[in-house]
Design a protein around this ligand. Structure first.
Ligand SMILES: Cc1cc2nc3c(=O)[nH]c(=O)nc-3n(C[C@H](O)[C@H](O)[C@H](O)COP(=O)(O)OP(=O)(O)OC[C@H]3O[C@@H](n4cnc5c(N)ncnc54)[C@H](O)[C@@H]3O)c2cc1C
Length: 550
């Protein structure tokens, strides 16, 4: 063509039509090891589908075409409805079809939590916003299971594998989604400051009906069919099941004020709501609302770990793919020694996050968690620790992976910018960083025997590994600090604990050289590092090959 000014060259082909499961060696091995091998064929099928151009495109579309809030219909009736792009519903259809909202509750067999975690990890590489209502539904089920009458009326719709986007009363729906509402304007971490009031309208206490008056400052996925809401009854802060529609078929008085204009997670609607005498059923004991909803929050925190590990995995794969196809100064970026160092370092972090999230998911297996004290310790102590660490690491990780793409990483028509904007939210919601670290301290104090079991496991491995030994010793030293200093040290303690657990997992399950590279860089080099500072060139090529074989 006459007007052509240049040839387009050295641009990287789109990464598409690959199998997210088959290409992930650490994930495949982990699924097998953690007793979920029975699900591998399904994960492989799902991994191929998620890696198709059509599904990857859904993630882009759902974030480009954001949800729209409609307060009234055209006749002036209040509807409080949020409309989504069809891609959002397609993503929810996939999540639901794979059982990622309920699999371990539907099929409580050994490995079910790990099987579900692996599927969630795969889908989190495509789109994050749609995970929010999926997670909240997943996390609400164990709480609702403690309310036999209510649960019996919801079970079929909760367990359904069909996504039903219709805005209808519960009884008319094929399937339902559940959200949660705790945070108010005056406080999110300190929910004891909640002011929303619950007045009894039919009986009192567990299972009784109440009218709620007040607000929630963050109320994600308002189109969920019900939310688990904290409100103050006569006997103290309690948990309520608040449906979108009342049992008589009228719309419940949960009034959406507006949607949040968010940094990331843009496919998902997060709203502010007011309750004007909203109908709710008390769940759990009156006055035990925090304890009731914490059971739910524990599961959402697990999902924050899985989701952030998935985000890292996707950022890593995109970074390696780019570096292999883009050349600078005469050779592919991936062959430049310093870039190889960055990629290898990112790969170590990603593998350690993958191993940790799979191990943590195993601790949520119902029978193990109740009967095995080590599993209980993982669940109670390591969940907040992993939530803090993996979500925090994802922030820097996605920024570094974006930089591998250079300027192309910074534009919105490629996946890196979206991942970068997505990273912070898992660190903020469901308990922000400091709150998680303080919870780790509290859990260690309350569960000394469980913590001793974790330490014993670490010490066994540390006997043959000086780097790990040093780390475990400094963890113990930090914990012996005077009581008035301990709170100030909570991030340090948590970081030491998670790094030690990750080092232990890497030593047990990754190739020796890779585990040693992790320990050399994370444990021996101490804190305050950036990616790309591995000190030895040995094995860097192998680390990158293992991470992304294509
Ligand atoms: C996109 C998005 C969606 C959300 N969706 C929901 C939802 O659906 N339902 C819901 O209930 N909430 C939701 N949230 C709210 C979220 O859970 C809260 O923002 C979070 O728990 C923090 O509460 P806050 O914003 O009130 O901050 P604050 O509680 O004011 O905390 C601010 C900072 O102080 C730190 N901090 C708090 N206490 C201490 C302490 N003792 N020592 C040291 N540091 C401390 C925290 O770690 C945090 O970094 C959402 C938030 C976001 C961003």
């Amino acid at each position: 063509m006459q007007w052509q000014t240049h040839e387009v060259s050295n641009q990287v082909p789109e990464l598409q039509d690959y199998n997210l499961f088959d290409t992930d060696i650490a994930l495949r091995e982990g699924v097998q090891r953690e007793r979920a091998g029975w699900h591998s064929a399904d994960l492989s099928r799902f991994g191929a589908e998620l890696g198709s151009n059509a599904v990857l495109e859904l993630g882009q579309l759902a974030n480009r075409h954001e949800p729209e809030f409609l307060s009234h219909d055209r006749f002036g009736n209040r509807i409080d409805r949020v409309d989504f792009h069809p891609s959002w519903h397609e993503l929810l259809r996939l999540l639901r079809r794979e059982g990622l909202h309920a699999l371990p509750w539907m099929e409580p067999r050994p490995g079910a939590q790990v099987a579900r975690a692996a599927g969630y990890f795969l889908q989190s590489q495509v789109e994050s916003g749609s995970l929010c209502p999926t997670t909240m539904t997943f996390a609400a089920i164990p709480v609702l299971q403690n309310e036999p009458v209510l649960f019996a009326s919801l079970k079929a719709q909760l367990f359904s594998r069909e996504h039903d986007p219709r805005d209808l009363p519960l009884a008319q729906k094929k399937s339902i989604l559940i959200g949660m509402g705790m945070t108010e304007k005056q406080g999110g971490s300190d929910v004891r400051s909640n002011t929303t009031l619950a007045r009894p309208i039919h009986g009192t206490g567990r299972g009784a009906e109440y009218a709620l008056t007040g607000h929630k400052w963050f109320f994600s996925a308002p189109m969920c069919d019900a939310h688990m809401v904290l409100a103050r009854a006569d006997g103290g802060l309690s948990c309520f099941f608040v449906p979108r529609w009342r049992p008589d078929g009228s719309k419940n008085a949960v009034l959406v004020q507006r949607l949040k204009d968010k940094l990331g997670n843009r496919s998902n609607a997060s709203s502010e709501v007011e309750f004007q005498g909203a109908y709710g059923i008390m769940v759990g004991e009156e006055g035990r609302g925090i304890a009731t909803i914490i059971e739910m929050a524990n599961h959402t925190r697990l999902d924050c770990v899985i989701g952030s590990a998935g985000l890292m995995r996707h950022a890593l794969v995109q970074a390696i793919h780019h570096a292999r196809h883009r050349s600078a100064f005469g050779r592919p970026l991936a062959e430049q020694p310093l870039m190889r160092n960055v990629l290898a370092d990112l790969a170590l972090e990603s593998e350690a996050a993958t191993l940790l999230m799979l191990r943590l998911a195993r601790a949520f297996e119902a029978h193990d968690a109740s009967s095995d004290p080590l599993e209980h310790a993982w669940r109670r102590i390591v969940t907040p620790a992993a939530k803090f660490w993996v979500c925090k690491r994802a922030l820097e990780f996605t920024g570094e992976a974006m930089e591998v793409w250079g300027g192309n990483g910074y534009v919105e028509n490629a996946p890196m910018a979206r991942m970068y904007r997505e990273a912070p939210v898992n660190s903020i919601w469901e308990g922000s960083g400091n709150v998680m670290c303080l919870d780790v301290l509290r859990a260690i104090e309350r569960e000394p025997q469980g913590f001793a079991l974790l330490l014993a496991q670490l010490n066994t491995t540390a006997a043959a590994e000086p780097g790990l030994r040093t780390l475990v010793e400094s963890l113990s030293t930090s914990l012996q600090a005077p009581a008035e200093q301990r709170e100030m040290l909570a991030r340090r303690v948590t970081q030491q604990l998670v790094l030690a657990l990750q080092a232990d997992l890497m030593l047990q399950h990754a190739p020796v050289a890779i585990a040693e590279a992790f320990i050399d860089s994370r444990v021996d080099a101490g804190c305050g590092r950036v990616y790309g500072t591995l000190s030895s060139p040995t094995q860097q090529q192998d680390i990158v090959e293992r991470a992304w074989p294509l």
